[in-house]
Structure formats: structure tokens, C-alpha cells
Design a protein around this ligand. Structure first.
Ligand SMILES: Cc1cc2nc3c(=O)[nH]c(=O)nc-3n(C[C@H](O)[C@H](O)[C@H](O)COP(=O)(O)OP(=O)(O)OC[C@H]3O[C@@H](n4cnc5c(N)ncnc54)[C@H](O)[C@@H]3O)c2cc1C
Length: 534
């Protein structure tokens, strides 16, 4: 079955669709399944030549890497909401490989800790690594705080899909429980619990999963991520592209269409109502409903014309929400199998500067060439994927991710991909070598065996995912973000809806839920309830 076509090759388009979705990220894909199931004719328009948003993979020199999926929580527990939702939208074809007992290794300079799967086990193993009685009390309090926060999340997010006339009466009470936790920073909550800086550093070591250090991030995102991985990590069998491949089949089965190389230039609005889109080549396509999964800033700053009066105050509110940091990803290929190289499934979170994550980020962001990376995240996809060797026999891959200021490569903003010049390539090489040096510390056996590596920068993210500041995770997960009531599917423009990480949270879980919420808002049904009952 052909899963997608190219817009550039003159696809057969209908005059009008029920729903046009901008972007083929997981939020749009999820919404498209639910909407097409209800008989809506959907068209997904993706700017990139590969579909899937951050779930897509890229190949080079006979290697394949994930660009935005390293591990996912909950999906390998069949009774969890995540597993059930994924099963509903992707069917049996999408399978998950459990990463095993230890899913994250945390290394602070030369001190190593590990996170173990399963709530009781996670707590017990953490206490083993922090043997003092006072630390045990702190760990118990901390886990309680994580659960106190996350148990209020369902109401908070469900409110986003409610029609305004209901939300007017019950909205504030549905939001208030979660907001109480979201308004505090992660550091504030942790400092109320313990003054052991090393323990705080370990408990917040997954901050890279949401992109903001403890003094800046909302405790809500921290608690959400920690709870998400409490039952361990899992990896999509066949690599992250299997997420799109399995979901797209469902959409196409119901008559939906996915087009790549299909950049939307403008959302067409007539008398305050979205009526379709204009493509980069000037062609217009009509629709009863337009859903944008292209990110909040993209949608309102780039895709909607400035003279939309209805949006003036809305746009002002939006400009208060900052984009997340940029990131570097180093993609590495080796002509040996993961087994031959002795690569493990567990991710490594390395903190070369010590246990003050905030100071490390501040130092690095002020001068990346003089200061050490604040965090180096290392993932071993070929060790995690039981089918990797079937697709790429005799090969292994590794991915390293770190942060970088959004504007670090600003001087090359106006250059073209692959043609940015020698000085850009030289700078990338320096950064790549710095990352490789850290990698060899953990897997010295691969030194001298690396066959291929390539570094992506915020300019790569901008080019391929269209995030204008090259931001890694859309909007920053600050307390202000969670206070922004307008981050929800419906917008001030009638028949224009939002989906994707910006309206829920970063992550495969957040994007999945965003699609469910957007479809729920459009169909005026609680789809989570429907799926859980099915
Ligand atoms: C380096 C990295 C590592 C990550 N690791 C993990 C992980 O291990 N686990 C996890 O759970 N999450 C991870 N994430 C986060 C997760 O991948 C994202 O939060 C999620 O996939 C975002 O989904 P989305 O629906 O918001 O859409 P996105 O994936 O952001 O896709 C948006 C799509 O819209 C398209 N688009 C934009 N503008 C236009 C336009 N004008 N016309 C047409 N199309 C347009 C873009 O090209 C893009 O394909 C990671 C992200 C990154 C960057």
C-alpha cells in the first residue's frame, strides 16, 4: 500500500476536503485517524519530503537514525492509556520493545546512578544509591509530589477539549488542581523536599526530555515526564518510522491522503472562519476545517496574515511564550552490530560540569565554545530495536543530543541546506569532535571504529521541521506556558484548530494526546473514554 504521495508530482486533489491538517507530526496523524473514522475526508499536507514530523527517520550511507524518538514510556504496559490509544490508531502492526531493567544511566562527572523500571523498584533502587535515612524520606516525599501533580492532569487536559459554554462553568475548577503544581518551578518543589544537591541533580537528570533546567521548568512537566518513564522505557520495533507507517495505513484505509513536499504558505480565512489553505506554489485547497500541527508560533506568526483583527490580542499573548532551546544531534554509524560492539539499551545522561544543572546551562548558553556542554545525552537505537539487524545487517547506530543557543548559527541563516559553506562545516566538526570525545568515555571500544557521523544544528531543525528558531521542543515548558489557557485545540478563528506538542506537552505522549484532544473537540466526544471502553 502506498502510504503517501508527493505534492510536487501533481497529485490528484479534490476541490474540497472536510479537514486539512498542516504537518504530519503525531498530533495531526492521531487526529486524522479519529476524524477519518467518523467519515471525514482528510488531507494531510507535510512540508518535508519524509512524513511523520519528529517521528521520521533519516537515512544516509546505508544507515538510519531517529530524529525525535529515543524512548517512550507506558506504551509497553498493555493496560495503560498510551498503549490503548496507540493500539487504537496504529493497530497490531506497531510493536514496542522494552528497554529492560535500567532505562536511564545518569553520570554526574564520575559518579554514576541508574533509573530502574517499575515504581516500587525505581524507589528501592534510588534509595540504594542514596543510603541516608534523610534521603529516603526525601525520595518518598518526591514521588508523592510527582503523583499529587500527575493525578490532576487528566482534568486539566480534558478541559482543553471542552466547548467554551461548558468550560465557562467548570473550566477553572478542572484546571486548578494541576495549575497549583504547574505554577511552581521544578527547583522550588525539589528544594522544599531536600537540600541534598546531588539528589536534586539525579532526580532532575531527565530535564533534557523537556528541555529546561530545574529553576526554569514547571514542576508539571517534570512530574509528567518522570511518571511517564516510571514503568521503564520502550522503543518502536522497526525504528520510529514504524509509527507513521502503521498509523498512515489506518488513515488511507478510510480514504484519507498524506502528501509530502507540500508546504502550506497561508491559512485562508474568510469572515473570521478558516476555509482552506494556500500552498507555496499559490494553489488553494478548500476545507471545512483546518487543523494546524505546525506549532503555535508558526501558525499565528507565519501562516495567518497580520490583518486578522480578531487575533491581535491573541498574538500579543502568544509572543509572551518563548521557544525552547536549539539542539545538536550527532548521528553515528558503525560497520559492526550492536552485539559485536557490546552496546547496551540504556540511555546515558552525562553531566560533565557537576550537579548544578542551571549553572551549567547558563554558562554554556553564554559561551558554548568556552564552556562544557551542560548535558550530553547518548542513545543506542540499534541495540534497542530487535529488528535493526534485519534492515541493516552488520551495522550499528548511536545518537548524541545536546543543547545549543537557537541563534548560535545565525550567520548562516540565509544559506541553503548542504551549501552553508566551509566555515559552517568546520564549526560543526569542532562540536562533533567534542561530543565524540564524551561518547568514547562511555564506549571506549568504538574508538577508531566510527564509519560515519553527521551533526544537525538548529538550522537543520528549521529547514526540515520548520520550527523557525530551530527549537527542539516547541514552546518552553515554563509555569507561564501551563497558565496559558489559550493553548488548546480551538482558536479565536472559527473552524481553525490546533494540535501537536504546543497544546499539551513535548513528547510522543504529549503529541498523541494532543491529537486525541483536537479530534475530541471537533467531534464533541470524549475519545479517551471511548478508546478505554473499546
Ligand atoms: C532530538 C529530539 C529527541 C526527542 N526524543 C524524544 C523521545 O525520546 N521520546 C519522546 O517521547 N519524545 C521525544 N521527542 C519529542 C517528540 O518527538 C515531539 O514532541 C513530537 O514528535 C512532536 O509532535 P507534533 O505532533 O507536535 O509534530 P512535529 O513532530 O513537531 O511535526 C510538525 C510537522 O509540521 C510540519 N510543518 C511545519 N510547517 C508546515 C507547513 N507550513 N506546511 C506543511 N507542513 C508543515 C513540519 O515539517 C513537521 O513535520 C524528541 C524530539 C527531538 C527534537
Amino acid at each position: 500500500m502506498k502510504l503517501y504521495g508527493s505534492y510536487k508530482q501533481n497529485p490528484l486533489l479534490e476541490d474540497k476536503y472536510d479537514v486539512i491538517l498542516i504537518g504530519s507530526g503525531l498530533g495531526c496523524l492521531t487526529a486524522a485517524v479519529f476524524l477519518s473514522e467518523q467519515g471525514k475526508k482528510v488531507l494531510i499536507l507535510e512540508k518535508h519530503y519524509t512524513p511523520g514530523g519528529f517521528t521520521h527517520t533519516y537515512t544516509r550511507n546505508d544507515y538510519e537514525w531517529d530524529v525525535g524518538v529515543h524512548y517512550i514510556g507506558e506504551v509497553h504496559r498493555p493496560q495503560s492509556i498510551m498503549a490503548k490509544l496507540f493500539h487504537y490508531i496504529a493497530g497490531d502492526e506497531l510493536q514496542w520493545a522494552d528497554m529492560g531493567e535500567i532505562f536511564d544511566r545518569i553520570v554526574i562527572q564520575d559518579r554514576e546512578y541508574s533509573l530502574h523500571k517499575g515504581k516500587a523498584n525505581y524507589i528501592e533502587q534510588l534509595k540504594r544509591q542514596f543510603p541516608l535515612e534523610e534521603d529516603h524520606i526525601a525520595i518518598d516525599k518526591y514521588i508523592q509530589a510527582v503523583f499529587d501533580c500527575t493525578k490532576t492532569a487528566n482534568n486539566f487536559f480534558a478541559e482543553k477539549a471542552m466547548p467554551n459554554y461548558i468550560s465557562m462553568f467548570v473550566g477553572n475548577s478542572m484546571r486548578s488542581g494541576f495549575l497549583k503544581h504547574a505554577q511552581k518551578t521544578t527547583l522550588e518543589v525539589l528544594q522544599e523536599i531536600t537540600d541534598n544537591k546531588e539528589l536534586i541533580a539525579v532526580l532532575t537528570a531527565q530535564y533534557g526530555d523537556y528541555g529546561l533546567p530545574p529553576s526554569k521548568s514547571s514542576f508539571a512537566i517534570h512530574a509528567t515526564v518522570v511518571k511517564h518513564y516510571l514503568s521503564g522505557g520502550a522503543y518502536p520495533v522497526g525504528g520510529s518510522a514504524s509509527i507513521f507507517n502503521s498509523i498512515a495505513k489506518k488513515i488511507i484505509d478510510k480514504g484519507g491522503k498524506v502528501l509530502v513536499s507540500a508546504a502550506v504558505e497561508q491559512i485562508l480565512i474568510h469572515k473570521g472562519k478558516a476555509v482552506g489553505v494556500r500552498m507555496k506554489d499559490g494553489k488553494t485547497i478548500s476545507a471545512n476545517i483546518v487543523i494546524s500541527g505546525a506549532g503555535l508560533h508558526n501558525t499565528f506568526k507565519k501562516l495567518i496574515s497580520d490583518d486578522e483583527l480578531k487575533l491581535q490580542s491573541f498574538k500579543k499573548q502568544i509572543s509572551n511564550l518563548k521557544s525552547s532551546y536549539g539542539h545538536l544531534s550527532l548521528y553515528i554509524g558503525l560497520k559492526y552490530t550492536a552485539d559485536e560492539l557490546g552496546l547496551n539499551k540504556a540511555n546515558i545522561w552525562y553531566y560533565p560540569n557537576g550537579n548544578d544543572h542551571d549553572q551549567a546551562v547558563q554558562n554554556f548558553m553564554s559561551n558554548p565554545m568556552e564552556n562544557e556542554f551542560p548535558v550530553v545525552y547518548i542513545s543506542f537505537p540499534s541495540a534497542k530495536d530487535p529488528k535493526f539487524s534485519e534492515r541493516y545487517p552488520g551495522r550499528a547506530t548511536i545518537e548524541i543530543v545536546s543543547v545549543i543557543p537557537n541563534d548560535f548559527f545565525e550567520q548562516w541563516n540565509d544559506t541553503r541546506w548542504k551549501k552553508r559553506g566551509e566555515d559552517y562545516e568546520d564549526l560543526k566538526e569542532v562540536l562533533a569532535q567534542r561530543l565524540l570525545k564524551h561518547l568514547y568515555r562511555f564506549v571506549p571500544q568504538i574508538e577508531g571504529k566510527v564509519d560515519f557521523y553527521e551533526l544537525s544544528t538548529p538550522l537543520t531543525t528549521k529547514h526540515f521541521a520548520n520550527y523557525q528558531r530551530g527549537e527542539v521542543y516547541g514552546l518552553d515548558h515554563t509555569p507561564e506556558r501551563f497558565e496559558s489557557k489559550f493553548l488548546k485545540p480551538s482558536t479565536p478563528i472559527s473552524q481553525l484548530y490546533l494540535t501537536g506538542q504546543d497544546i499539551v506537552s513535548v513528547g510522543i505522549g504529549g503529541a498523541l494526546m494532543s491529537g486525541v484532544l483536537t479530534a475530541s473537540a471537533i467531534l464533541n466526544t470524549n475519545l479517551v473514554e471511548k478508546v478505554m471502553k473499546s
